[in-house]
Write a protein that binds this ligand. Sequence first.
Ligand code: PMP
Length: 427
Amino acid sequence: MSRNEVLFERAQKTIPGGVNSPVRAFRSVGGTPRFFQRASGPYVWDADDKQYIDYIGSWGPAVLGHAHPDVIKAVQDAAVNGLSFGAPTEAEIVMAETLCSMLPSLEQVRLVSSGTEATMSAIRLARGFTGRPTIVKFEGCYHGHADSLLVKAGSGLLTFGNPTSAGVPEDFAKHTRVLSYNNIEQLHELFKASGDQLACVIVEPVAGNMNLVKPTREFLQTLRELCTQYGTVLIFDEVMTGFRVGPQGVQGYFGITPDLTTLGKIIGGGMPVGAFGGRKDIMGHIAPLGPVYQAGTLSGNPVAVAAGLTTLCLLQQPGFYNTLETQTRKLVEAFNSAAQAHGETFSADSIGGMFGIYFSETVPATFAEVGQGNIARFNTFFHAMLNEGVYLAPSAYEAGFVSVTHTDAVIEATRQAADRAFESMKI
Ligand code: PMP
């Protein structure tokens, strides 16, 4: 038995499913999850000391590569001064100032400890601000695991949402409407029918939780226009895309300004940090200023803020996003060329430092289209790549992440691995 197998067996005795977050369990691809012991730059090492090129990057945060020495030093320096105060610090102000200066739509921002907290709080705020009950989300978008977000529409537009997790009462789910991503007609229809009841629309402005699915510009523009017209709060969930798609997130990339933005992942540099922010008139409704309650014992934690601030500082260096985008594009070309050489039905796409690979002829634009790809073929490819020392997301419904430490040599090694993986899949 490998050490990964031993650990997985042991983990399952005291941890449900052996993992602390479900997708880690390899349920959709099958097999034994790898237990990591360390990481550096583009690499991770598992419990058997096998090295992998990592294309998850902790699901997004590791945009500088793992264990960047400056980030580690900042964490160490902060730690010796105390791990948590439960009181304000100057570093939090610098963090807020940095976020507000980097994302022009942020006038004020509050720190939390996870993406889930950020979206949950932003939605409560939108409801408190508008005095309206209903929220709108899109099929295939993930915004954390708050009750009202674990909902998928039974039959699309204008039906009440059905909970897709046990433990979510129907009464909670009925306030959530779920529409199809990139579908403009549905948006018009819903707003026309009940725009004055919609507290907010929350959207991954580039989706990364149903594999990578890009929005059309028209989709985002329509969202902006309808929300403005009906006084609905537009929330861009940039937990994944913030500072990954570009220096100003998707909002800067497309030039569309949301009312509120949620952040996480990169802004914590690998430590637990989230944030939500936006228009000052909306943010003024949060406690202690306003009636919308929101709080956190570890919010603005000094060690986490140190990691996040150092990360944000490093990615503002000239040329950073050029490098990130170029390397990600080269990776997509590498996958495409390996697939083509083996006659695979395959496509791939990227934006900034995010990519998607699809076992389908064309790049999907909706959740349903992602599901039409050859998922079984992806699962086989995933294991073939794992065998070759390349760690992809263990699901056909997840995007991939590149860091600036994924050099040409690393990408060429990935292409060669893909070539061997596709070859092995012919047999
Ligand atoms: N929003 C988006 C877009 C995400 O990708 C995620 C996590 N992958 C979340 C929210 C939830 O963040 P967390 O896992 O930190 O709670």
